[in-house]
Design a protein. Sequence first.
Length: 260
Amino acid sequence: MQLILLHRQFGADGALLAGGKAFFYLTGGTTLATVYQNSALTLPHANPVVASADGLFPAIYLDPTKIYRVKLTDSSGDTSSPIEDIDPLNGSDSSIGTSDIQDGAVTAAKCDSALVTDLLGYTPVNVAGDTMTDHLRLSYPGAPTTLPSDVAGFLGMPATLEDANYTLALGDAGKGLRHSSASAHTYAIPTAAAVNFPDGTVIPIRNVGAGAVSVTRGAGVTLRPIGLSTDADISIAQHGFVVLQKDTGDNWYWSGAGAS
């Protein structure tokens, strides 16, 4: 059998083919031919097969013993002036086989939509109105040991609550750290040898708690305010906000308010 993926279809005017119709015939004639909803060829589709309001057709399976002709029309179903006319279409060719997969193995796990979304880091969309989550990857399975230099995060800034002494980690890159405790705590910047943040890494810190947050430097780490040469640890008071950015090596800069 052959799986036909018509995907999202558009009309001659470029608009979505809402309610578009795909007519399947036996080639060389006007006899409608049965097409199926499943690979076992046991659940016939209605013919024509009708697209959704978004121009999307369901999966369509063909009988490998038949040669088909397909006419794609708008919602009127006028086959005298089809948008597309495909003839012949062999139900036994153009199938995707295991040789087309890099390691030669087709598995259900590889086709799982949730897995694909997780690997991409976002939900692919095709048209305005589709729902998208996670514009780009931000979270990683487990604790990452490396971080690409071209990884970006959400358009917003999710914050991780850290109400304890803490050492910055790769997973903090592009995310905010939030402190809400009445007790003082220390956030330590590790050396590049310990945690290899990519150059340009940005880590915002917001303190809404009564306890101060001390941002301290690991051995050999420099931390300077933007525009000044002073290299020192800083203390972020309640309601203070600071953005740390790594320059190169063990050199970091900060900017913000409510910190000294």
